[in-house]
Design a protein around this ligand. Structure first.
Ligand SMILES: Nc1nc2c(ncn2[C@@H]2O[C@H](COP(=O)(O)OP(=O)(O)OP(=O)(O)O)[C@@H](O)[C@H]2O)c(=O)[nH]1
Ligand SMILES: [Mg+2]
Length: 436
């Protein structure tokens, strides 16, 4: 029994002990191997789906990888195969079948009719986890929006259940009317949420611009869910970001000041974690949260070194970075959890990623190299300025020390003369004092 399985059965046990009335939902997972996909990738993705199912509070009882030559438009896997599986899920007393691939609303409905139980896809599962974890107002709004957008095209099935009436050609009646009202209500709610989120995003934008004007470089920790991003932020800055051994513990970014070895200050933030096939709808709904990463000067891409598939984990994160237009931001690859690796594993990783920095966030190991690499990476975008600052502008001298590295400081009758290396983007802040 692996540690993970032990933890899982422990949790299952707790659930039965503390919550006798609520039986844990039994889930059956379906992966589909289509031409052009590698079976190793799909197996890993399916294992991850099991973890996600567990995080959502259901029990992944069993799983099957189905090999197909193409997608069946009505049932994704073909009705014959679906019926075979349905016999199995009935025997296993399954409450919900989870597909690793996105299902259209029609496929979902048709499969539900065959399985006689709930059928969901990866996106619905992740949305469910997000819904359980959203604590802040903005997080809750983002999740609600994503849920409504996901559910809107699926309303027909739900409406049918509500009105107990067939919803198809020739069946228009009270059910459809109710459906129309539901649809309109949901659309109205969606546009209200979009408006409120836009408002909040504007507020955050203003805050971010303010920080930018102050010229303080922004460093954002990004990475796979559970890689240790919040642990690293806490260890480096005394923040109290929530750390948990579960997926998607963080939905809201935390931002903290951090002083680098060269005495320069940066703002360090962590953010929502990524997974393979993070649904596009969620990325869109979480734009406001992800903006923290999209506008950083430097990304610390944190990788869980204990993951057996490091390249897959890294690729999944880069895919999301692409989607939020952050692919051009300089990235520092940092491998975490090296305390849990033996020497041989560490060597293998160091060979595979020679430029990566190896750290342990829980043991605060490797932080010296990490901070130095952050300084160096930021210094690559710096320029050296000669400034003459009148004595009454002590604030400017202080700002030069805070955002830049003061190489030389002299005093004459005009004021303080500084040679300072500053990030290129904060040159503007000192423009009035540059010595021609
Ligand atoms: N062994 C070991 N475990 C670590 C290390 N860093 C973090 N962890 C553990 O990994 C788990 C996840 O840590 P978090 O900091 O919550 O990870 P995260 O990347 O913020 O995760 P999400 O917010 O869920 O995306 C926790 O159980 C941590 O204790 C490390 O350096 N070594
Ligand atoms: Mg976190």
């Amino acid at each position: 029994m692996t540690q993970e399985h032990q933890a899982r059965s422990r949790r299952r046990l707790t659930a039965t002990v503390t919550d006798l009335d609520v039986a844990v939902q039994r889930a059956f997972l379906v992966g589909v191997l289509l031409p052009g996909m590698t079976s190793a990738d799909e197996e890993r993705s399916l294992d991850e789906l099991a973890l996600l199912t567990d995080t959502a509070g259901s029990d992944p009882v069993d799983q099957e990888m189905v090999k197909r030559d193409g997608i069946h438009p009505a049932t994704f896997i073909g009705s014959g195969k679906a019926e075979d599986l349905a016999a199995l899920t009935t025997a296993l007393d399954i409450d919900v079948v989870v597909f690793d691939h996105p299902l259209t609303p029609a496929q979902q409905r048709n499969l539900q009719a065959i399985f006689h139980c709930d059928v969901v896809d990866r996106e619905a599962l992740i949305l469910d986890i997000f819904a359980q974890h959203a604590t802040s107002r903005i997080g809750a709004l983002q999740v609600e929006l994503a849920l409504l957008r996901y559910n809107l095209p699926r309303l027909r099935g739900k409406g049918k259940a509500l009105s107990q009436q067939g919803a198809g050609i020739g069946t228009r009646g009270p059910g459809e009317t109710k459906l129309e009202t539901d649809r309109r209500r949901i659309l109205a709610r969606i546009s209200k949420l979009e408006k409120e989120l836009k408002e909040k995003a504007r507020h955050r934008d203003t805050q971010r611009k303010q920080r930018k004007r102050n010229g303080i470089p922004q460093v954002s920790i990004v990475g796979y869910t559970n890689a240790g991003k919040s642990t690293l932020l806490n260890a480096l800055t005394d923040a109290d970001a929530l750390v948990e051994d579960r997926l998607f513990a963080t939905l809201d970014p935390t931002v903290r000041r951090l002083e680098l070895p060269d005495n320069r200050e940066v703002l360090l933030s962590d953010t929502v974690g990524f997974v393979r096939r993070l649904p596009h709808g969620l990325v869109e709904a979480f734009q406001s949260t992800l903006a923290e990463a999209a506008e950083a000067d430097l990304l610390v891409h944190l990788v869980d070194g204990t993951d057996e598939d490091l390249p897959g984990q890294i690729a999944a994160v880069r895919e999301v970075l692409d989607e939020i237009d952050a692919e051009k931001i300089p990235e520092l690859l940092v491998i975490n959890k090296i305390d849990a690796l033996d020497n041989q594993q560490r060597k293998r990783i160091a060979n595979l990623y020679p430029d990566a920095i190896l750290v342990s966030a829980v043991k605060s190991a490797g932080f010296g190299s990490l901070l130095q690499a952050v300084s160096q990476a930021l210094a690559r975008n710096t320029v050296t300025l000669k400034l003459t600052v009148p004595y009454e502008r002590g604030d400017v001298v202080a700002a030069a020390h805070r955002v830049g590295e003061v190489v030389e400081e002299k005093h004459d009758d005009l004021g303080t003369i500084l040679d300072v290396r500053v990030p290129s983007k904060s040159v503007g802040a000192f423009a009035d004092f540059v010595t021609p």
